[in-house]
Design a protein around this ligand. Structure first.
Ligand code: HEC
Length: 165
């Protein structure tokens, strides 16, 4: 039986029990965790792991832009020679582009699109860019009217005409 502490308050006495072992272990474990955390992570110093919030953010941005950039160009190169995309593009061309570029795309108000000469570049990305944003000299922007999917189709049609005449 442990000793009593020896004081009595309103007739209530207290035993001098040791602190339970599980509670002491909880204390030791949290102290060890805190020390390990101080050593590894920024706080009192930059931390042994080199981890930082800003670094984590930058990494995520880097990974995301890599992922989405390659997804976009992969989509484009896949669609550009796809016959069904070219067929959809031909329809889009007939409805939107013919008045200026001509029924056979050899030009009118807009330039001939079937020759090898490009004013704004003839890579898939450049043609998409021209159609999306238009130019200062009369080529309208199609960004909101057609959207990226139809613009890619139209670009695949335009590129399929290239070097055909
Ligand atoms: C209102 C008339 C008009 C319409 C409609 C039009 N274009 Fe054009 N387009 C032009 C003109 C004018 C130019 C030349 C712009 C310049 O010299 O800056 C041009 C240039 C271009 C070029 C660049 C060619 C090069 O040599 O780099 C492409 C590609 C093109 N148009 C595709 C299209 C497509 C696809 C559509 C339909 C979605 C379309 N255009 C609709 C007038 C038009």
């Amino acid at each position: 039986m442990p000793e009593k502490i020896g004081h009595s308050i309103d007739g209530i006495e207290e035993y001098d029990n040791p602190i339970p072992a599980w509670l002491m272990w909880l204390l030791y474990v949290t102290i060890a965790f805190a020390i390990a955390y101080w050593v590894l992570y920024p706080g009192f110093w930059k931390g042994a792991t080199g981890w930082s919030q800003a670094g984590m953010y930058e990494n995520e941005v880097k990974e995301a832009s890599k992922k989405y950039a390659s997804a976009a160009s992969a989509d484009l190169s896949a669609i550009i020679h796809d016959p069904s995309a070219i067929a959809r593009g031909q329809e889009i061309f007939a409805q939107n582009c013919m008045p200026c570029h001509g029924a056979d795309a050899t030009g009118g108000i807009g330039p001939n699109l079937t020759d090898n000469a490009w004013l704004y570049g003839g890579t898939p990305e450049e043609v998409v860019h021209t159609i999306t944003n238009g130019t200062a000299k009369g080529m309208p922007t199609w960004k909101s009217q057609l959207g990226p999917k139809k613009i890619a189709d139209a670009a695949s049609y335009v590129l399929s005409l290239n070097k055909t005449k």
